[in-house]
Design a protein around this ligand. Structure first.
Ligand code: FAD
Length: 434
């Protein structure tokens, strides 16, 4: 009774089997090691932003929805991370204590700084421009890292798993994402209540009428949804008593969501969308290699040896990603009439930004944490894919401040989000759901 998908994926020349084998043997072992390092395990996030879309949302009281603060052991690491005083290129950072690093930072800051001969007014204007340019590059809303409400969260302490968040509150989020933010013609209604028929209206038929970009957009969101639901089924609360909680695979939960018969044909399509999402992010990783190859880039945590080893591992991973033989061809997107393509890209960006804002409406904090991280990761992947010219123009061996930038938050979310999809594929391949 295995729930799995096979064969070629739509809109790309790649098959599921090639991805499975590449992911499991080449990508996952390296990525898993990287994600357990300090640089990648601490994610700065504001979980207290108010929901910008509706006011009647309640605080979630479910105990599995709580996000744990850093432990005693990891606390000193959090403090050190909080103490960054220089994050001028989002990569070369220093901590207050490390004087050697401060020197390095000041040197590099000069290189990246606006010309000292400019008037204050011009400098301010240039900074405004840069802020604007950075914003317009983005596909998602970033939390203000300097806000006192933004906190470091230890992702290893807060794994994505079953929380019990479900019913009308969760449906409202998914509904608002699909109904209002997926380019869907409004006349097409789909049953959001899982008790209703899944396929009733031939839901996927409307997708066929969409252009490739809008179809891709829907598939990315659906892939993200599928990954979240895979994780909650794979790390389900099976039993609990006063002393312990037992977490494990819940096969029937997974089947309810993905089995072909039980979902009237939709489940396998959702899983295929997850593979599509994987391919998009893999492509972004392959493209961003020159950014991380620059000598000025460090995965800074203040532990020099460890940081250097992590950078080496990161580059190995990206070289492997680049070697994938059947990459998604993103040039097929936004390739038509220039004016129309620009407009479509803008719509794409705005709509995706909206989805990242909807994450502030997720009542369950743990779900909000991983929802924000994954939308930010996907937004970063899209930003990379559509910044090809800036990345290619990046002088390979230069220490200067390149025009294309990724913040630490974007880097951490990009790799951790990709880690979620890799893990979902591992779950399918282990046949734990059959
Ligand atoms: P839902 O998953 O709520 O789906 C609603 C409807 O959408 C379904 O009836 C179906 O018609 C359709 N649908 C389902 N999957 C797809 C897909 N892949 N593509 C297209 N359409 C689809 N719960 C946890 O336990 N842990 C978490 O970490 C967690 N994180 C979440 C993060 C976010 C941002 C949100 C919105 C919810 C999260 N949830 C989490 C809740 C979880 O996703 C489900 O909403 C919940 O388990 C209820 O599931 P359901 O069967 O009612 O259908």
């Amino acid at each position: 009774n295995a729930v799995c998908v096979t064969g070629t994926l739509d809109d790309c020349a790649c098959d599921v089997e090639t991805i499975d084998s590449f992911n499991n043997k080449e990508i996952f072992p390296k990525l898993q090691k990287l994600l357990s390092s300090d640089y990648f395990r601490f994610y700065k996030v504001n979980l207290n932003n108010p929901c910008p879309f509706w006011t009647d949302h309640s605080q979630c009281g479910l105990k599995y929805c709580a996000v744990k603060p850093c432990t005693e052991v990891s606390f000193s690491k959090c403090i050190r991370l909080r103490n960054f005083i220089c994050d001028f290129i989002g990569s070369l950072c220093v901590s207050i204590q490390a004087s050697q690093d401060i020197e390095e930072c000041e040197k590099a800051e000069k290189l990246g700084a606006v010309d000292g001969s400019l008037s204050d007014e011009t400098r301010q204007a240039l900074q405004e421009w840069k802020k604007h340019d950075d914003e317009s590059d983005r596909f998602c809303m970033l939390d203000d890292e300097d806000s006192p409400k933004s906190q470091y969260v230890d992702l290893l302490l807060n794994p994505e798993r079953f929380t019990g968040y479900k019913g009308p509150e969760a449906w409202r989020i998914w509904n608002s994402i699909y109904e209002e933010n997926c380019f869907k013609p409004y006349s097409v209604k789909r049953p959001l209540n899982p008790l209703a028929s899944n396929s009733g209206q031939g839901f996927y038929r409307w997708l066929e009428g969409l252009c490739v970009e809008k179809r891709a957009f829907f598939r990315l969101v659906s892939g993200l949804h599928a990954s979240i639901n895979t994780h909650l089924s794979a790390r389900y609360l099976l039993d609990e008593n006063w002393f312990e909680m037992k977490w494990g695979h819940n096969v029937s939960e997974f089947q309810q969501r993905f089995d072909e018969e039980l979902t009237e044909g939709e489940g396998p399509k959702r899983l295929r969308n997850l593979y599509f999402l994987y391919l998009i992010e893999l492509r972004a990783l392959a493209k961003i290699l020159p950014y991380f190859e620059r000598p000025a880039f460090h995965l800074y945590t203040g532990q020099r040896t460890q940081d250097n080893e992590n950078k080496k591992l990161l580059l190995e991973l990206l070289h492997v990603a680049k070697s994938f033989p059947l990459h998604f061809d993103e040039t097929a997107l936004f390739a038509g009439n220039k004016k129309e393509a620009m407009k479509l890209k803008e719509d794409f960006k705005m709509t995706f930004k909206n989805i990242s804002r909807i994450m502030d409406c997720v009542e369950c904090f743990k779900c909000r944490l991983w929802g924000k991280l994954q939308t930010q990761g996907l937004g970063t992947a899209l930003k990379i894919l559509f910044s090809e010219r800036q990345i290619e123009a990046m002088p390979n061996m230069s220490n200067t401040n390149p025009s294309f930038q990724l913040s630490r938050q974007e880097i951490v979310s990009l790799f951790n989000a990709f880690g979620r999809y890799c893990m979902s594929i591992i779950y399918f391949c282990q046949d734990i759901f059959s």
